[in-house]
Design a protein around this ligand. Sequence first.
Ligand code: T5A
Length: 210
Amino acid sequence: MAGRFITIEGGEGAGKSTAQLRLRATLESRGISVVCTREPGGTPLAESIRQTLLDVEGEAPVEMAELLLIFASRAQHLAKVIEPALAAGKWVICDRFTDATFAYQGAARGLSNELISTLERLVQEGRQPDAVILMDLQPHIGMERAKSRGALDRFEQEQHHFYERVRSGYLARVHENPARYTVIDAEQELQSVYNELDKLADRWISEHDR
Ligand code: T5A
């Protein structure tokens, strides 16, 4: 049976990695083989691109270079990790994917959706997530969480309005295609978030078994 491709999205410190760990534990406890990965990153080459993108010391890429680096890392990640895992029947849970590109490079940096869609078609060749979870919260709450963890990366040093545009960009995508997304209120206490994730995992498993 083919695998399932699930992506987790949201602003800085929204709880994506925490949600990924919970989903993994829940799915594995039901006997599902899970691969957890992230973007940018997921392979040695893609992780080195991630380093370049997040580095606060080096030369900052211009918007177009940033976009192309993200899609270069995505091409590598798809070919080396995501597609082989899905072909082997595994469930792939990816911390961020192309919705992040529309939110960050599109809505926040101002590059056009048309340009991003063109690269999406070229690089992904039709591959889309089977489900997207959006961890939604007010940006200042996410930034407080991110700051409490230590040094901030290049994206975490943007101004407040940048994160507001990221959030609006995500919510606009949900509005355009609600069936694709499950929006989770990421301001809730962690146990409530876990309860929602567990219910979601149950639903996916029953859909998959049909
Ligand atoms: N990027 C990425 C683009 O610009 N374009 C793209 O196409 C892609 C793919 C790095 C950057 O890359 C950019 C955007 C990003 O800035 P990243 O490392 O995935 O991507 O981004 P971050 O958001 O910085 O990841 P974080 O690891 O900081 O945040 P998470 O994973 O959302 O949050 P998490 O789970 O680590 O939680 C943060 C803290 O909050 C606590 C956790 O315990 C942790 O301490 N927490 C909660 N506390 C209270 N209540 C809750 N409900 C909580 N949930 C979590």
